[in-house]
Design a protein around this ligand. Structure first.
Ligand code: NDP
Length: 188
Protein backbone atom coordinates (compact mmCIF):
# COMPACT_ATOMS: atom_id res chain seq x y z
CA UNK A 1 0.00 0.00 0.00
CA UNK A 2 1.76 3.15 -1.21
CA UNK A 3 0.04 5.16 1.51
CA UNK A 4 2.06 3.32 4.13
CA UNK A 5 5.45 4.31 2.85
CA UNK A 6 7.44 7.17 4.31
CA UNK A 7 10.67 9.09 3.95
CA UNK A 8 13.28 9.72 6.62
CA UNK A 9 14.97 13.08 7.16
CA UNK A 10 18.00 13.12 9.45
CA UNK A 11 21.26 14.95 10.08
CA UNK A 12 24.14 12.77 11.25
CA UNK A 13 27.88 12.88 11.82
CA UNK A 14 30.37 10.41 10.33
CA UNK A 15 29.80 8.24 13.42
CA UNK A 16 26.03 8.46 12.89
CA UNK A 17 25.59 10.74 15.90
CA UNK A 18 22.38 12.77 15.88
CA UNK A 19 21.86 14.21 19.37
CA UNK A 20 23.36 15.18 22.71
CA UNK A 21 21.58 15.89 26.01
CA UNK A 22 18.18 15.91 24.34
CA UNK A 23 19.20 18.53 21.78
CA UNK A 24 20.94 18.90 18.44
CA UNK A 25 24.71 19.09 19.06
CA UNK A 26 25.22 21.75 16.36
CA UNK A 27 23.72 24.94 14.94
CA UNK A 28 23.25 24.66 11.17
CA UNK A 29 20.69 27.25 9.99
CA UNK A 30 20.66 26.11 6.35
CA UNK A 31 20.03 22.54 7.47
CA UNK A 32 16.99 23.68 9.48
CA UNK A 33 15.82 25.59 6.41
CA UNK A 34 16.25 22.46 4.25
CA UNK A 35 14.36 20.40 6.84
CA UNK A 36 11.47 22.86 6.91
CA UNK A 37 11.31 23.06 3.11
CA UNK A 38 11.44 19.32 2.37
CA UNK A 39 8.94 18.39 5.10
CA UNK A 40 6.49 21.20 4.29
CA UNK A 41 6.37 21.30 0.48
CA UNK A 42 3.59 19.32 -1.16
CA UNK A 43 2.80 18.49 -4.77
CA UNK A 44 -0.90 19.01 -4.03
CA UNK A 45 -1.58 22.51 -2.62
CA UNK A 46 -4.79 21.33 -0.90
CA UNK A 47 -2.88 18.80 1.22
CA UNK A 48 -0.23 18.93 3.90
CA UNK A 49 2.49 16.53 4.97
CA UNK A 50 2.81 14.60 8.23
CA UNK A 51 5.92 14.43 10.42
CA UNK A 52 6.27 11.44 12.75
CA UNK A 53 8.56 11.88 15.76
CA UNK A 54 9.39 10.29 19.10
CA UNK A 55 8.13 11.89 22.29
CA UNK A 56 11.66 13.00 23.28
CA UNK A 57 12.15 14.77 19.95
CA UNK A 58 8.81 16.54 20.50
CA UNK A 59 10.06 17.58 23.95
CA UNK A 60 13.26 18.93 22.35
CA UNK A 61 11.44 21.39 20.10
CA UNK A 62 11.24 24.86 21.72
CA UNK A 63 7.66 25.66 22.78
CA UNK A 64 7.33 28.54 20.34
CA UNK A 65 8.17 26.24 17.38
CA UNK A 66 5.83 23.36 18.16
CA UNK A 67 3.77 21.92 16.72
CA UNK A 68 5.92 22.28 13.60
CA UNK A 69 3.85 24.64 11.46
CA UNK A 70 2.04 23.61 8.31
CA UNK A 71 2.53 19.91 9.00
CA UNK A 72 0.48 17.34 10.91
CA UNK A 73 2.65 16.45 13.93
CA UNK A 74 2.39 12.77 14.94
CA UNK A 75 4.07 12.10 18.30
CA UNK A 76 4.91 8.50 19.26
CA UNK A 77 4.70 7.46 22.90
CA UNK A 78 4.10 4.17 24.70
CA UNK A 79 2.60 6.03 27.63
CA UNK A 80 -1.15 6.52 27.69
CA UNK A 81 -0.67 9.53 29.93
CA UNK A 82 1.68 11.17 27.45
CA UNK A 83 1.65 14.88 28.22
CA UNK A 84 1.81 16.14 24.65
CA UNK A 85 -0.62 19.06 24.57
CA UNK A 86 -3.38 18.34 22.12
CA UNK A 87 -4.02 20.86 19.41
CA UNK A 88 -5.45 20.73 15.94
CA UNK A 89 -2.11 19.87 14.37
CA UNK A 90 -0.98 17.18 16.82
CA UNK A 91 -1.91 13.54 17.28
CA UNK A 92 -0.26 10.92 19.47
CA UNK A 93 0.19 7.28 18.52
CA UNK A 94 1.47 4.14 20.21
CA UNK A 95 3.67 2.75 17.42
CA UNK A 96 5.03 3.45 13.93
CA UNK A 97 2.70 0.93 12.22
CA UNK A 98 -0.34 2.40 13.98
CA UNK A 99 0.74 5.91 12.98
CA UNK A 100 1.08 4.85 9.32
CA UNK A 101 -2.26 3.07 9.58
CA UNK A 102 -3.91 6.18 11.00
CA UNK A 103 -2.49 8.39 8.23
CA UNK A 104 -3.67 5.95 5.57
CA UNK A 105 -7.22 5.96 6.91
CA UNK A 106 -9.98 8.51 6.64
CA UNK A 107 -10.04 11.43 7.20
CA UNK A 108 -6.23 11.74 7.15
CA UNK A 109 -5.72 9.89 3.86
CA UNK A 110 -7.56 12.69 2.08
CA UNK A 111 -5.64 15.50 3.77
CA UNK A 112 -2.10 14.13 3.97
CA UNK A 113 0.37 14.15 1.08
CA UNK A 114 3.79 12.85 2.16
CA UNK A 115 4.85 11.22 5.44
CA UNK A 116 8.25 11.96 6.99
CA UNK A 117 9.82 10.21 9.96
CA UNK A 118 12.02 12.85 11.59
CA UNK A 119 13.59 11.20 14.67
CA UNK A 120 14.97 10.72 17.13
CA UNK A 121 17.26 7.77 17.61
CA UNK A 122 14.73 5.30 18.98
CA UNK A 123 12.22 5.95 16.23
CA UNK A 124 14.80 5.98 13.42
CA UNK A 125 16.28 2.66 14.58
CA UNK A 126 12.99 1.08 13.56
CA UNK A 127 12.08 3.38 10.66
CA UNK A 128 15.34 3.41 8.67
CA UNK A 129 15.40 -0.36 8.27
CA UNK A 130 11.64 -0.68 7.84
CA UNK A 131 10.22 -2.04 4.60
CA UNK A 132 8.12 1.10 4.07
CA UNK A 133 11.11 3.46 3.98
CA UNK A 134 11.21 4.77 0.41
CA UNK A 135 13.89 7.42 0.82
CA UNK A 136 16.41 8.76 3.32
CA UNK A 137 17.35 12.43 3.14
CA UNK A 138 20.59 12.65 5.02
CA UNK A 139 22.49 15.72 6.06
CA UNK A 140 26.00 14.26 6.22
CA UNK A 141 28.07 16.21 8.72
CA UNK A 142 31.73 15.98 7.86
CA UNK A 143 32.97 16.08 11.45
CA UNK A 144 33.17 14.06 14.64
CA UNK A 145 30.98 15.85 17.16
CA UNK A 146 30.30 14.44 20.62
CA UNK A 147 26.87 12.76 20.65
CA UNK A 148 24.91 10.47 22.98
CA UNK A 149 22.22 9.47 20.47
CA UNK A 150 22.94 7.53 17.28
CA UNK A 151 21.18 6.07 14.26
CA UNK A 152 21.94 2.61 12.90
CA UNK A 153 24.13 2.04 9.88
CA UNK A 154 21.53 1.45 7.21
CA UNK A 155 21.58 -1.46 4.79
CA UNK A 156 22.45 0.74 1.83
CA UNK A 157 22.34 -2.19 -0.61
CA UNK A 158 18.63 -1.53 -1.07
CA UNK A 159 19.21 2.23 -1.51
CA UNK A 160 21.02 4.28 -4.13
CA UNK A 161 22.33 7.82 -3.67
CA UNK A 162 20.05 9.83 -5.90
CA UNK A 163 21.19 13.39 -5.53
CA UNK A 164 23.80 15.17 -3.54
CA UNK A 165 24.49 18.85 -2.83
CA UNK A 166 27.75 20.75 -2.85
CA UNK A 167 29.32 21.08 0.60
CA UNK A 168 28.27 23.96 2.87
CA UNK A 169 30.12 25.31 5.89
CA UNK A 170 28.32 26.90 8.85
CA UNK A 171 29.83 27.56 12.29
CA UNK A 172 33.01 25.85 11.06
CA UNK A 173 31.10 22.63 10.34
CA UNK A 174 31.25 21.21 6.82
CA UNK A 175 28.24 19.24 5.63
CA UNK A 176 26.22 18.31 2.56
CA UNK A 177 22.84 16.82 1.70
CA UNK A 178 22.42 13.38 0.13
CA UNK A 179 19.14 11.71 -0.75
CA UNK A 180 19.04 7.93 -0.95
CA UNK A 181 16.09 6.25 -2.65
CA UNK A 182 15.03 2.66 -2.30
CA UNK A 183 15.67 0.63 -5.45
CA UNK A 184 14.80 -2.78 -4.08
CA UNK A 185 11.34 -3.34 -2.68
CA UNK A 186 10.51 -6.39 -0.66
CA UNK A 187 7.07 -5.58 0.62
CA UNK A 188 4.14 -7.89 1.20
P1 NDP B 1 13.05 9.79 20.46
O1 NDP B 1 12.82 11.15 19.93
O2 NDP B 1 13.25 8.68 19.51
O3 NDP B 1 11.83 9.50 21.44
C1 NDP B 1 11.84 8.37 22.26
C2 NDP B 1 10.46 8.19 22.87
O4 NDP B 1 9.54 7.86 21.83
C3 NDP B 1 10.37 7.06 23.88
O5 NDP B 1 10.75 7.47 25.18
C4 NDP B 1 8.89 6.72 23.78
O6 NDP B 1 8.10 7.72 24.42
C5 NDP B 1 8.63 6.88 22.30
N1 NDP B 1 8.86 5.66 21.52
C6 NDP B 1 10.04 5.10 21.14
N2 NDP B 1 9.85 4.01 20.40
C7 NDP B 1 8.52 3.89 20.24
C8 NDP B 1 7.69 2.98 19.55
N3 NDP B 1 8.21 1.97 18.82
N4 NDP B 1 6.36 3.14 19.62
C9 NDP B 1 5.82 4.16 20.33
N5 NDP B 1 6.55 5.07 21.01
C10 NDP B 1 7.88 4.93 20.96
O7 NDP B 1 14.26 9.82 21.53
P2 NDP B 1 15.86 9.73 21.37
O8 NDP B 1 16.42 10.04 22.72
O9 NDP B 1 16.28 8.48 20.71
O10 NDP B 1 16.21 10.94 20.38
C11 NDP B 1 16.21 12.30 20.82
C12 NDP B 1 17.53 12.95 20.46
O11 NDP B 1 17.66 12.93 19.02
C13 NDP B 1 17.61 14.43 20.86
O12 NDP B 1 18.95 14.71 21.24
C14 NDP B 1 17.25 15.15 19.58
O13 NDP B 1 17.79 16.46 19.54
C15 NDP B 1 17.90 14.26 18.56
N6 NDP B 1 17.35 14.38 17.20
C16 NDP B 1 18.21 14.58 16.17
C17 NDP B 1 17.76 14.66 14.85
C18 NDP B 1 18.74 14.86 13.76
O14 NDP B 1 18.34 14.83 12.58
N7 NDP B 1 20.02 15.08 14.02
C19 NDP B 1 16.35 14.53 14.54
C20 NDP B 1 15.49 14.33 15.71
C21 NDP B 1 16.00 14.26 16.98
P3 NDP B 1 7.51 7.56 25.92
O15 NDP B 1 8.71 7.57 26.81
O16 NDP B 1 6.61 8.75 26.09
O17 NDP B 1 6.77 6.24 25.93
Amino acid sequence: DSQKTYQVVVAATRDMGIGKNGKLPWKLPSDLKFFKEITTSTSDPTKKNAVIMGRKTWDSIPLQYRPLSGRLNVVLSRSTTCSVASSENVVTCGSIPSALELLASSPYSLEIDKVFVIGGGQILREAMNGTGCEAIHMTEIDANIDCDTFIPHVDLSVFRPWCSSLPLTENDIRYHFVSYVRVIWNMK
